[in-house]
Write a protein of this length. Structure first.
Length: 358
């Protein structure tokens, strides 16, 4: 009985060990199941975020395409309107020239008829008159000269009046210019002519004054052609206030720039920074990046993020961990995923220029 009891106790101990091992495996399996459920929920959340991000991106791309299509249609409409206006002006000019030619031809015909009539009367008087009668010949000659002079004076008056009328027609119809703009342009020309020989910066000042009136009238698709002019004037102009306005015009050249237009503006800023040097780049270009941090358009905030990354290598080293990093840090909390993505990419570019201590 003792042996049987001992064997039974051993079997009970073995069964308890197996049971504890099974319970341990069960607890491990439950932990594994929990981990798998957590991973599954995380993956589902990421998948939902991905689809949400994809839908937002598709919606943004659709809006961008619609905006670009609208801008293209507006540009085409403006171009067609300009062509129609130019065709109408050309037609008016041609009709004015035809009327002038017809009037001139009529005047020549009338003058020819008057000359023929005068010559015919002169021949008739020579046949009827007495050659020896000096007083009669003198009277006929005086009368003929008087008629010729009157005809010549009338032709001169007609030509003068016609010339003035054509000049007024060209000024009023073919080239319509408002009175205020005409006076402003006339004053600018007088100022330019008076100071051109004395001051070498007159051309730069004149161009800087004209650019604010020129840029709004240029089509959006061709405004990038004005970038070299802006860079030259910003580089050479002696007044800092005027340079600040011109740099602002460079940043705001296109209100809602797409990816290609942003690349053009960034390349222009980099070219300008290489010319003016690190000190002026930090004083004249970076403040405009700071001003547009809270712009309502997502594309302009993308422009700021790309500008910070592109100008990081061209500013003074002490501005990288202070001003540029502050701009980048604020853009990291932007509500747009596109802006955050671009900011992260440009933050990596900025950190690559930091020193070991920074």
């Amino acid at each position: 009985l003792k042996d049987i009891n001992t064997r039974l106790n051993k079997k009970v101990e073995l069964a308890e060990r197996k049971l504890s091992a099974i319970e341990k495996q069960r607890s491990e399996l439950e932990d594994t199941v929990k981990d798998l459920r957590h991973v599954n929920s995380t993956l589902e959340e990421k998948l939902m975020n991905y689809y949400k991000y994809k839908s937002e991106r598709d919606e943004k791309e659709r809006l961008w395409e619609a905006e670009r299509k609208k801008e293209k249609e507006e540009a085409q409409a403006e171009k067609a309107k300009y062509k129609r206006a130019m065709a109408a002006k050309e037609q008016e000019l041609l009709s004015a020239r035809e009327q002038q030619q017809q009037h001139t031809q009529q005047q020549q015909e009338q003058h020819t008829q008057q000359q023929d009539t005068t010559i015919h009367n002169d021949n008739k008087y020579e046949k009827k008159g007495d050659v020896g009668n000096v007083s009669e010949d003198t009277d006929l000659t005086d009368e003929y000269c008087k008629d010729e002079k009157e005809d010549f004076d009338s032709i001169i008056d007609i030509v003068a009046r016609r010339k003035d009328r054509i000049a007024n027609l060209l000024a009023a119809r073919v080239l319509p210019v408002p009175t205020s703009d005409r006076e402003r342009i006339a004053k600018a020309l007088q100022k330019l002519a008076a100071t051109l020989d004395q001051d070498k910066m007159t051309v730069v000042r004149t161009v800087s004054e004209a650019l604010p009136q020129i840029i709004p009238g240029v089509l959006l698709n061709t405004r990038e052609e004005l970038i070299p002019v802006l860079i030259c004037v910003v580089t050479q102009h002696p007044e800092s206030a005027v340079r600040d306005k011109l740099v602002q015009m460079l940043f705001n050249l296109i209100k809602i720039p797409d990816r290609c237009q942003r690349a053009v503006i960034i390349n222009a800023c980099v070219a300008l920074a290489k010319i003016i040097g690190p000190e002026r780049t930090g004083n004249e270009l970076l403040p405009h990046c700071w001003e547009q941090l809270n712009n309502k358009h997502e594309e302009r905030r993308l422009l700021v993020a790309d500008a910070c990354g592109a100008l990081a290598a061209l500013v003074q080293p002490e501005l990288r961990p202070s001003l540029i990093l502050s701009i980048i840090t604020q853009l990291l909390d932007d509500k747009s995923a596109f802006v955050r993505e671009a900011t992260t990419r440009n933050l990596a570019t900025l950190i690559s220029f930091f020193g070991r201590d920074e």
